[in-house]
Ligand binder design. Sequence first.
Ligand code: GDP
Length: 454
Amino acid sequence: DEDFGILDLASEDPDAIVYLPALPVLAIVGRPNVGKSALVNRIIGRREAVVQDTPGVTRDRVNYKAEWADRSFTIVDTGGWEPDAKGINASVAAQAEIAIDLADAVLFVVDATVGATSTDEHVVRMLRATRKPVILVGNKVDDVHQEPDAAALWSLGLGEPWPVSAVHGRGVADLLDHVLTILPEISAVAKEEVGGPRRVAILGKPNVGKSSLLNKTAGEERVVVNEMAGTTRDPVDEQIELGGKFWRFVDTAGIRRRVNLSQGADFYATLRTSAALEKAEVAVVVIDVSAPISVQDLKIVDLVLESGRALVLAYNKWDLLDDERRVYLEREIEQDLSHVSWAPRVNISAKTGRHLEKLVPALELALASWDTRIPTGKFNALLAELTQEHPHPVRGGKQPRILFGTQAASRPPTFVLFTTGFLDPQYRRFITRRLREIFGFEGSPINVNMRVRE
Ligand code: GDP
């Protein structure tokens, strides 16, 4: 048995999410300053100092992979948006709404030293209206003398309050044991029915035409509302028949429900996008060609890349394009989106219906790439060819060699190279580029990781 040192590039970023389909999703909801970030840090075991809940601080990342007692789940931290006092009700209501729509269970955090506020009671009313399980946490219970504070939260009517101290870790293990008894083994919100419809997320910043696209594509087709949405309000997903097949469009509720928020709209959009990606297999990122490509568009593309889902780019409002704008658009695409030049591109108009029929073939291509498995024999024959054609440069008198490679996972295709030394980043990029040239992988990200033998 070879002794390989574990050097997995996927884990260079300690927060990196290794993509696993259908992990159960736990959403954390609560007022600002109750200690949501501290609790998330504690649960995911982040080594760095606990980030204080600072009013006004927004974070981009909202999803984390957590592990406890040999089980994995995704945590959605809804708390990155800390509004001023006026906006608190709206912000917490929006958190709760997303949690209810897109999570398997909700962890509702209350500051036990303060007790339940009217905002908390407002959230409780929303949470009660759902069939999703809710776990009530009384935070800041730093010692046994404060436990009565948590017990007082029984009055919220959400069952037993779990007393914890996120900062000191007190009670968190018991809480997590309890969470595991509540979370399903496999996500119900992302459940993959065998042979069931494939899951598509339509993403994009406001006003790019997401709901127009949805309405136009669904317009003449059969729409089936998803029954297992698990809320008493609007359906969360819709199944739409396109090209003779059913597709499940996830979080259409988030597209159809227009949210007007004076503050925090960006964070709200990021949260919704990340949560929808958790459930999707392929994302259609809609870009409005009538305006310059913006940082917000690129951030959405980045979220898709980070999620490891397949990607299709839909350039919408093509009917508004004149010759001059078209030149700029192509330049912008080349400049800002060259890193996703592998994504199938459709130039559409949700208004006129232009080229909408090209969406399904693009989705099918992207998903086929995402599902691809390269047999190990074929992959190694290819590696032998590549390394012969272009050997790794000698570094400090040594030349790292690739001993063997295998595709460790699909969805997206993930390759592992077993090597005798650390491969240069450029060399890894060369391998990745050649893999794309040979296999295409249109519409799918691919990962090339390595394990170095000590
Ligand atoms: P969403 O916020 O991404 O869901 O965007 P909407 O679907 O609500 O569209 C925003 C605005 O753009 C609306 O006024 C639409 O009528 C308009 N719109 C959407 N798609 C197109 C298109 O292809 N061409 C033109 N000219 N207008 C569009």
